[in-house]
Write a protein that binds this ligand. Structure first.
Ligand code: APR
Length: 264
């Protein structure tokens, strides 16, 4: 790492160490080193010919429920076979080092909860949960798949309550509204943050992509970790180029040192 990188890393860590209301916005990039392809990575294997934006939509599910269901089953199995990485664990340590850390994630893999972060806002739902596509008992009508017998080669089961609509993953599809509570919390946290750390998102999908701008408008310093530029990069006070699993542990090590010195 060059001397300049060291200086940037130290300043990056100092800003975080001095934060009293840290918001962390995470995207698919933080799970990349867990082996979970990001959304805009080239789709691999049997899904290579599909564009996620063609699969993750209500109309795609209506047109071909089995195709969409099978894609989510494939992704859920990929996630279940994977483990959180050093970046996820670094955020747990950060939560223990600082007065307030709230994670606002676009990811549906549940890894932030799995490693023990306590304040996680899920903007796009959770791939491990299933619900009735018609919300027959209210939104969301959760379905416990372990209690259902069905021909799993035939695609999604019917909702066991209304027996009319299909079961679907509890994730937000394109053109769908985000969970209102989660979005309201995310706006509040972003407005109040003194620092927002943005990790592994291209900043292409609204409204998640607007949160760093909202935070900056309210005086927050914006920090970014991403190997590539994103729509957020232009408002970042510092952008560290590289993978989160490599960079974030280095940042947290320096935050720990800052906190130790300031506590002595
Ligand atoms: N560490 C950090 N960032 C990384 C890494 C890594 N190891 N590898 C890739 N990235 C970055 C990429 O440079 C890119 O900017 O992660 C980002 C991933 O961008 P997307 O694939 O667009 O994922 P994301 O921003 O989370 O997508 C947002 O779009 O498709 C919808 O709902 C879906 O939640 C998703 C949303």
């Amino acid at each position: 790492m060059s001397a300049n990188d060291e200086v940037l890393l130290d300043e990056f860590a100092r800003i975080i160490a001095n934060s009293t209301r840290l918001a962390v916005s995470t995207g698919a990039g933080i799970s990349k080193e867990s082996g979970i392809p990001t959304f805009r990575d080239a789709m691999d294997g049997l899904w290579a010919r599909y564009d996620p934006e063609e699969l993750a939509t209500p109309s795609a599910f209506q047109r071909n429920p089995k195709l969409v269901w099978d894609w989510y089953t494939y992704r859920r199995e990929l996630i279940n076979a994977a483990q959180p990485n050093a970046a996820h664990y670094a955020l747990v340590e950060l939560e223990n080092l600082l007065p307030q850390v709230v994670i606002i994630t676009q990811n549906v893999d549940g890894f932030h909860d799995k490693v023990g972060n306590r304040n996680v806002i899920h903007l796009h739902g959770n791939i491990h949960r299933t619900k009735c596509a018609d919300a027959c008992k209210g939104e969301p009508t959760y379905i416990d798949l372990s209690q259902i017998e069905w021909n799993q080669d035939a695609g999604p089961p019917l909702c066991p309550y209304c027996k009319k609509a299909y079961a679907r993953p509890d994730v937000v599809w394109f053109t769908e509204p985000l969970p209102s509570d989660a979005l309201r919390q995310a706006y509040t946290v972003s407005r109040k943050a003194d620092v927002m750390l943005v990790i592994g998102t291209s900043g292409l999908v609204q409204p998640a992509a607007s949160l760093p701008f909202l935070a900056a408008e309210h005086g927050a310093k914006i920090l970014e970790i991403n190997p590539n530029p994103s729509t957020i990069s232009n408002i970042a006070t510092i952008r560290l180029e590289g993978g989160a699993a490599i960079i974030l542990p280095k940042v947290v090590k320096r935050v720990r040192a800052y906190k130790k010195n300031s506590d002595e």
